[in-house]
Design a protein around this ligand. Structure first.
Ligand code: AMP
Length: 361
């Protein structure tokens, strides 16, 4: 893979057509790039903001081959695109982050084994690839525990709580009786994330750790910065940096962690792409995560991650987006809507970021 930068005017191929693709395409346009969106949804959030898109499933090789011809670089906005799709494209055009990093991040067990090999602190876990393997895994981990399918969840079937051993069969049924990982339940005091950006030259920068608050397993709010003393914040950044380097990742790596009452940071999940917990950077950072992503994958110098203020980012989920008139009337509130026609419950329709002066000066 050449280390030469991809110059403005080039076309970036984007697998995935949701809001992360949309906001990446907008940032790419600001730097003079074109984006060609490849995804399955008509009139998608990403396709709405570019004049080049392919409406297709990820398995259509003819469509993928034509897509590879039409772009100079391929990236993706979510990690559940099939690995074969990324590998097929990587034979034709640079894919960043590369398929090897994608393989780790789309499988919870691979992710945990990778994290453990890198010396990250993790919740205790055991593989539960079959129903028969669940009992010994429960013996080892104890309860309460969380059973998570190793691969992409659907219809909220990706994870289930096991409060007592008698719940095991029901939990396995709830996640669709698929290969899984059993994790010890962590009584964390808050959740946080760090987004690392790593360039083609290996240079890595990190956005500061932020606190994430969830409702119904969906990110509701991100508080910037996370309530961590400086040494702990530096420790969280070091974890993200180490993982991005060990994956040899070019692009962004979001690392979700649990902070425990005794001050430990347990790595929970990795995402090799822009992340919902980084949306605040659009309004409160010298370089936002989407531009940083474009810079990294195109081989450009990374931008400053200086934080210009404190911030709170709230997702607008389902009919919460109907509050747009009052949000627009609120001085200083920064509204972002994703162009989705139908506000289904649980669907991320937009977000709003509110800034306040930095408390740490
Ligand atoms: P995940 O899909 O792994 O990001 O998990 C979704 C949410 O479930 C997390 O943000 C936590 O709130 C919760 N959760 C996941 N794993 C655990 C765990 N081992 N202990 C406690 N809560 C968890």
């Amino acid at each position: 893979m050449s280390a030469a930068p991809l110059p403005p005017g080039s076309t970036i191929g984007m697998l995935g057509d949701g809001q992360l693709g949309r906001m990446t395409a907008l940032a790419a346009a600001r730097l003079g790039y074109r984006c060609h969106v490849f995804g399955p949804e008509p009139d998608s959030p990403a396709a709405q903001v570019t004049n080049r898109s392919t409406l297709s499933s990820y398995g259509d090789r003819e469509a993928l081959a034509r897509f590879a011809e039409a772009v100079e670089l391929v990236t993706y906005e979510f990690e559940n695109i099939p690995l074969e799709t990324a590998a097929f494209l990587a034979e034709r055009v640079p894919v960043r982050p590369g398929p090897a990093a994608l393989a780790v991040c789309q499988d919870r067990l691979a992710e945990k084994e990778f994290g453990a090999a890198q010396g990250s602190d993790l919740a205790p876990y055991r593989a539960a690839p079959t129903a028969a393997a669940l009992e010994p895994a429960l013996d080892a981990i104890g309860t309460p525990a969380v059973l998570k399918s190793t691969r992409m969840g659907y219809d909220g079937k990706a994870q289930a709580m096991i409060a007592a051993p008698a719940d095991a069969a029901a939990a396995l049924a709830r996640i669709g009786a698929r290969p899984a990982v059993l994790e010890g339940f962590v009584a964390y005091d808050f959740e946080l994330s760090v987004i690392a950006a790593r360039g083609l030259d290996g240079k890595t920068v990190c956005y500061p750790p932020v606190e994430n608050r969830h409702r119904d397993h969906i990110l509701a709010e991100t508080i910037v910065p996370a309530p961590l003393p400086p040494a702990a914040a530096a420790g969280a950044e070091a974890i993200a940096r180490r993982l991005a380097e060990a994956l040899d990742l070019v692009g962004l790596l979001a690392v979700e962690m649990f902070h425990t009452a005794d001050g430990r940071l347990l790595v929970n999940e990795l995402a090799p792409r822009p992340h919902n917990s980084g949306h605040w950077t659009q309004d409160a950072c010298a370089t936002d995560q989407f531009e940083q992503f474009v810079r990294a994958i195109c081989g450009l110098p990374l931008g400053s991650v200086e934080r210009l203020g404190d911030a709170a980012m709230s997702n607008l989920i389902g009919d919460e987006a109907e509050r747009w008139p009052e949000i627009l009337a609120e001085p200083g509130a920064r509204l972002h809507l994703y162009g989705k026609a139908e506000a289904r419950p649980g669907r991320k329709m937009g977000h709003v970021t509110r800034l306040t002066p930095r408390r740490d000066g």
